[in-house]
Each structure stands twice: as structure tokens, then as C-alpha cells.
Design a protein around this ligand. Structure first.
Ligand SMILES: Nc1ncnc2c1ncn2[C@@H]1O[C@H](COP(=O)(O)OP(=O)(O)OP(=O)(O)O)[C@@H](O)[C@H]1O
Ligand SMILES: [Mg+2]
Length: 313
């Protein structure tokens, strides 16, 4: 596999705080990589190091195969980023701000219209930025980050401060950018559901270390944890299942949360057989769903933090 970003054993200390501790991270080329971690985990520090806004104490960062430190100009050309929140001239319009960004990178003027289209901001591109909502600013930030046609886009918690509709729109924009422009996108977030919905790969950062890194396919196509079966007769269904436990390779059967539901701990290949055995015993099946290990379970398994702590953020 080719990697857009590779981080090897990077450490960073701010006076008393060890922000990154021998961090290793690999962002596959062309993917949307969700960089997940609680507040203070070190996400912004990592992004600042990749974008060369701060220096690392040790380790290496490679951007598209070349050392980011040795090839600073090339790294800047390859990366477009919004770190924390985008900064603009508030008294200028969106279009004027994009012109400044284009000049800064020596990008062609025609690119301004392209990015206005890509980020879908033409309705308000001629309004002053001080009249923009948070969501509008975020989209203008993405347009500005794309002005020099980078191969990698880095967004640090892009949905912070957006309402649910704004979050949904931004999620769609990120997916479209990945699909249509075929660029690599690194998005940091502390919100599990957000990462779950946009990422192809996930890295879980905790206290300055990468605790886990996997593809979302591992989660989505992963082993079945249990089968949730909904029938017209829970008692009869449970009896049949227990009688056929060995034949169907079921490890256990328990009551689900709903009173018509049973949780059946078995492999995915038993699902069809369970359905047919219910039919042949005249039990009406109104629902079957395969429940897998979620990203949330994986996150809490490696960070050891409780759900309550996470919600308290
Ligand atoms: N400029 C700084 N000076 C001192 N300590 C810092 C500085 N910036 C970050 N830190 C510390 O480094 C650690 C990592 O911070 P960082 O901002 O990278 O985390 P984060 O994952 O981006 O968190 P958040 O989700 O809150 O944005 C934290 O303990 C933080 O307090
Ligand atoms: Mg941060």
C-alpha cells in the first residue's frame, strides 16, 4: 500500500507536557483517515507537526514519500490544511480572501472559481466574511485550503461548532472531495459517530500514542457479535434454538432489550439456518439483524475511558 503521510516515532514535549510519545501513523493514499482522540490526546499537535507549524523533538514525518523537514516547500505545496479554526480577513469577502490565498501560493486565478464551485459557496462568496456563519466559514476554509490543488487535505475537528445540518453537509462535502478529487483527507475528531460515517481508515490516539489503526471495513464487515432475532413467540423460539444449539453452533441465547427479541451468539453463517428452522416450526420472524463490534467498543477497549467520561467532554 502507498501512504500519503507516514509518521515514525515522533515525540513532542511542551515544557511539562509530553504531548506525543513515539507516535507512529500511516495514512493510506486516497483514503479518508479519521484521526480519533479525546481532548488533549495530541491531535492538533500531530497536525501542527505535519504542516510544519511547530517542530517535533524526534522522529520522522514523510509526506508522499519525502521527508517533510528536508522538503519544506514541496510539503507545503502538497498539503492544504485548516488547523483549529480557519483565519480570514473579516472585512473582505470570501472571494477576496480566496484571492489572497491564491496569491500566497502562486496559484492560478482561475482556481478561485474552481474552489468556489468545489466547496459550493457561490451563494455567499461576495459577502463579507464577518457576516458568515460558522458553517460558511468552514466551507470557505476548505476552499482556501484547496486553492493550490494540494494532494492532501488536513482538517482539524472541522465540525466543531456546527449544528446537525451543518455537520451533515460538511460530511457530504468531505466524501465528495475524496471521491471526485481523489485526494487524501486526514480529519481529526473526538466524535466517534462522525468518524464512523466518513472514514475509510481510523487511527485512535490516546495520551500521545497511536493505540489502534484499522480500516472501517474491518468494523463493517467484521465478525458478527450476535444475531438479534425478533419473533412472534420469544419463548418458543428460545426453546427451538436451545434444542438445536450444537447443530447451529450457537454459543448462547439470551433475552434482547425488546420483549420480542432474542440475542443469539453465533457465527454469521448460522443466520439463514436459524431463519429456516423458525419457519419450519411455525415461528414468525419479523426481524433479523446482525450486530457487530462497533467503533465505539474498539475505542473504549484501547483508551480504557468510560462512556461517561467521553460524554462529559
Ligand atoms: N502550546 C502548548 N503549550 C503547552 N502545552 C500544550 C500546548 N499545546 C498543547 N499542549 C498540551 O499538549 C497536549 C496535547 O494537546 P493537543 O492540542 O495536541 O490535543 P488535541 O487532541 O488536539 O485536543 P482537543 O481535542 O482538545 O483539540 C495537551 O495536554 C495540551 O494541554
Ligand atoms: Mg485539537
Amino acid at each position: 500500500m502507498e501512504y500519503a503521510i507516514r509518521i515514525n516515532n515522533v515525540s513532542k514535549r511542551y515544557k511539562k507536557t509530553e504531548a506525543l510519545n513515539e507516535l507512529n501513523l500511516m495514512v493510506p493514499k486516497g483514503s479518508v483517515y479519521g484521526f480519533l482522540g479525546r481532548n488533549g490526546a495530541g491531535k492538533t499537535t500531530t497536525i501542527r507537526i505535519i504542516t510544519r507549524l511547530i517542530k517535533k523533538d524526534k522522529g520522522e514525518v514523510y509526506v508522499l514519500g519525502s521527508d517533510a523537514q528536508e522538503n519544506r516547500a514541496q510539503t507545503m505545496q502538497n498539503i492544504g490544511a485548516i488547523v483549529e479554526s480557519p483565519a480570514f480577513y473579516r472585512n473582505l469577502t470570501g472571494r477576496q480572501n480566496l484571492k489572497i490565498a491564491a496569491d500566497l501560493f502562486g496559484a492560478d486565478k482561475s482556481r478561485i472559481e474552481d474552489v468556489i464551485k468545489i466547496a459550493d459557496i457561490s451563494d455567499y462568496a461576495d459577502r463579507k466574511v464577518k457576516a458568515y456563519s460558522t458553517g460558511m466559514k468552514q466551507r470557505l476554509g476548505i476552499a482556501a485550503a484547496l486553492v493550490h490543488s494540494p494532494k492532501i487535505l488536513i482538517l482539524d475537528e472541522p465540525t466543531n461548532g456546527l449544528d446537525p445540518a451543518g455537520v451533515k453537509d460538511l460530511r457530504k462535502l468531505i466524501k465528495d472531495l475524496s471521491k471526485n478529487l481523489k485526494i487524501t483527507i486526514l480529519v481529526s475528531s473526538h466524535i466517534l459517530s462522525e468518524v464512523e460515517q466518513i472514514a475509510d481508515y481510523v487511527g485512535i490516539l490516546h495520551e500521545g500514542r497511536l493505540m489502534d489503526e484499522f480500516s472501517m471495513d474491518d468494523i463493517n464487515l467484521g465478525e458478527q457479535k450476535y444475531l438479534l432475532l425478533e419473533t412472534d413467540s420469544t419463548e418458543k423460539a428460545a426453546k427451538i434454538l436451545n434444542e438445536n444449539k450444537d447443530k447451529l453452533n450457537i454459543s448462547s441465547v439470551s433475552q434482547g432489550t425488546g420483549k420480542n427479541q432474542l440475542k443469539i451468539f453465533c457465527g454469521r453463517d448460522a443466520n439463514a439456518q436459524i431463519n429456516s428452522i423458525m419457519a419450519s416450526n411455525n415461528v414468525i420472524v419479523s426481524g433479523m439483524s446482525s450486530v457487530k463490534n462497533t467503533l465505539e467498543e474498539r475505542f473504549f477497549a484501547v483508551t480504557g475511558s468510560s462512556k461517561v467520561e467521553m460524554e462529559g467532554i
